[in-house]
Design a protein around this ligand. Sequence first.
Ligand SMILES: Cc1cc2nc3c(=O)[nH]c(=O)nc-3n(C[C@H](O)[C@H](O)[C@H](O)COP(=O)(O)OP(=O)(O)OC[C@H]3O[C@@H](n4cnc5c(N)ncnc54)[C@H](O)[C@@H]3O)c2cc1C
Length: 382
Amino acid sequence: MKTEVAIIGSGITACSAAYYLAEQGRQVIVLEKDNGVGLQASARAAGGVRQQGRTGALHLAMAAVQLWAGLSEEMQAELEYVRTGNLVIALDEDSAANLERETAWEQEQGLADVRMMSAAECHKMVPGLTDEVVAGKHCASDGSANPMLVTPAIARAAQRSGARILTKTTVTSLLFSGAQVTGVATDQGEIEADFVINAAGPWASRFNDMVDCPTPISPGRSQLLITERFSPRLHPFLTIMGKAYLRQAVAGNIIIGVGGLANDRYEQYVDYPSLKQYAQLVCEALPWLKDATLIRAFAGITEYTPDEEPYIGAVPGAAGLFVAAGFHGQGFCVGPMAGKIIADLICGRASPVSLAPFRPDRFATASTESGGEAIIYPGERA
Ligand SMILES: Cc1cc2nc3c(=O)[nH]c(=O)nc-3n(C[C@H](O)[C@H](O)[C@H](O)COP(=O)(O)OP(=O)(O)OC[C@H]3O[C@@H](n4cnc5c(N)ncnc54)[C@H](O)[C@@H]3O)c2cc1C
């Protein structure tokens, strides 16, 4: 089999790259090991589309949010993308001071609608919040979308534009002629390609290792709790620092994210004793949740990098090989833009944002020891 571009993975990033390449008339094949499209983190995310709280990826997230504004129309599908704002709550003075510093830096970087909020303003925005609130930080242009809808919609749009998607097809290796990538080997046979995009999420490192470009990614396991449906009562995407993050879905369910655990074996089981602890924490912060009935819990595999930034761009040492992976828990937001950027690069267009923080070879000479350490993020933000 032969194609212009072979893409490893079918998550939000891969499908976006496939769509924008196919739109440019490029011949694309998406290769997915699972029995369906985008069933890993891209389907299991909390759905946060957030700019605030980013560091190296702030400008990428801001560009992503511009893309998200027209994504539903572009994909001809309902994505439940809503700009409800994102509110981060500090429960102590030190955390509030950190938020103040973050706000000043983000405003300086051009994120115009981020601002600090008093405890009283937080209570007004989120009725029923604990009295422990010291201050909040709000970004009005942040929001969320429904992960169950987004990646399948982008995949369908890519197919309409001519991309092929092969599921149950595991990429086992890259093919080369000298320093030029010439395709991929899969468990279903070889596919020749002029370009290969490595969008394999937490599994991506092994392909970059093949060309001596270490891109350390530690798999994590993040869990979500889903409540019964409520009438509208939680407007912003809410992060309670050190405890949990949560949002109300368009359908009315409250989705509660409870932090990441190290996950060297790429497991997806739900750890009920830890969920009970986290549920107690979130109920302390938002006491009305004590009466909520939980209907579901699930886990997904996140991807952590030593400097908390993704790898996006051409992989040095292998002409024709690109990577967009290792999103450190922010790939639902920035994945569509990262996929578009890779498509642009392949089509000879410049990235609209600097890719310097995301250089795939930034750990090539540095020690990568920290990449293998267990990383635990108890109040990680989505
Ligand atoms: C519980 C949870 C909550 C989250 N919440 C948010 C959030 O609110 N906001 C946010 O921005 N991000 C969030 N994230 C992170 C986000 O989901 C990920 O960063 C994003 O989905 C990564 O997308 P991806 O396309 O790069 O990778 P993935 O979705 O991981 O897709 C990679 C794909 O590659 C396939 N693959 C791997 N190896 C091979 C191979 N050898 N051959 C073929 N196929 C292969 C996999 O099966 C998979 O389908 C969350 C993640 C989790 C788990």
